[in-house]
Design a protein around this ligand. Structure first.
Ligand code: IMP
Length: 210
């Protein structure tokens, strides 16, 4: 692609960095904040609100890959922009990969993260295999062509909630090799090892090389 990361001369003769506008198809401010920290300044991310999209984009696929693609394709089709969307799930081995694609509504529509975590902890009562992974899939559509990127972080479900930062299932997920849950880590520490961090770095590597 022309000039994603390059330089050009302005009318005044100064070299300026060319910025690529990319819409991030999310309404979740926590995710937008996390991802903003990971992206280089040459890529200017626009939120859905900034392009005037306030639609409730349906996530009706039964895989993370399908839902990520549904979201990015919707924005491309309706707003004629380049766009990326992500979908994430907590996959617990002993629950056959649940809550997975249902992570946002595991305890039912309209329930909050505490309810979802309580349900997970209840289902794992007395269970010794507590291994799990967070998996993020990013669907990027540039000039009508889709590419997907995956990020996985493995860990264990704790026996109780610990920590105050982060969101979602962070208080009950302890990444392998760490003694703290995601919720006890700073956003910076979490970004270094997280599923989303890994997927976003793959996205960035790709964008730097097109
Ligand atoms: P989404 O596809 O990123 O909206 O994620 C779906 C659901 O997975 C969210 O509603 C959260 O409950 C959970 N989730 C996603 N990312 C994270 C994370 O980084 N930490 C904890 N929970 C997460």
């Amino acid at each position: 692609m022309n000039g994603v990361n390059g330089k050009r001369r302005s009318l005044l003769g100064y070299k300026e960095t060319i910025v690529m506008d990319l819409v991030f198809a999310t309404q979740n401010q926590n995710k937008a904040k996390e991802i903003q920290e990971l992206l280089p300044s040459t890529i200017r991310v626009k939120t859905l609100a900034e392009i005037g999209c306030f639609d409730d984009i349906l996530e009706t696929a039964d895989t993370l890959e399908g839902n990520a693609a549904l979201k990015s394709q919707y924005v491309v089709d309706n707003f004629q922009v380049n766009c990326f969307a992500d979908d994430t799930g907590l996959e617990i081995n002993t629950l056959n990969g649940d809550p997975g694609v249902f992570s946002a509504r595991y305890a039912g529509e309209g329930r909050d993260s505490n309810d979802h975590m309580d349900l997970v902890l209840k289902k794992l009562e007395g269970v010794t295999d507590r291994t799990a992974q967070f998996r993020t899939v990013i669907s990027l559509i540039i000039n009508g062509e889709e590419k997907q990127f995956e990020g996985i972080v493995k860990g264990d479900i704790t026996h109780e909630k610990s920590g105050k930062s982060g969101f979602g299932y962070d208080p009950i997920f302890k990444p392998t090799g760490y003694s703290q849950t995601f919720s006890e880590m700073s956003m910076e520490e979490k970004n270094k090892i997280s599923h989303r961090g890994i997927a976003v770095r793959k996205l960035i590597d790709y964008l730097r090389n097109i």
